[in-house]
Design a protein. Structure first.
Length: 116
């Protein structure tokens, strides 16, 4: 629909995105156990980190999306990477976009990106 394309164009041009800390937007009855410092210390460049992203204005379909980011560098608590997932409803983000986040933002991680 033309209205959807216009809305996505507006969001791509003027919209913003941010990373949501794990456990902040849980559904009722949902639980989350954060990764420990020991677990996070095993993160290395080349691993894939799973993060939650929100955007403004709100998406047509989703309010947030869980996406994979390939880690390219770690400096203390700061992690850099590039988006390895293709967002469904966040036109503000694009595949391989550079992302900076904190270790505490990671929901899970591993050496390879699991199949969707």
């Amino acid at each position: 629909m033309k209205a959807d394309r216009l809305y996505d164009a507006f969001r791509r041009r003027f919209g913003r995105w941010w990373i949501v800390p794990p456990g902040e937007d849980l559904e009722p009855g949902e639980e989350f156990t954060p990764l420990t410092h020991s677990e996070l210390s095993r993160l290395k460049p080349g691993d894939y980190a799973y993060l939650t992203f929100k955007g403004w204005p709100k998406g047509r379909i989703y309010y947030w999306e869980h996406l994979w980011v390939r880690v390219t560098g770690i400096d203390g608590n700061a992690v850099t990477g590039e988006l390895a997932s293709d967002p469904d409803d966040l036109p503000q983000l694009r595949w391989r976009q550079k992302i900076t986040f904190r270790l505490s933002d990671i929901i899970e991680f591993g050496p390879g990106m699991p199949d969707p």
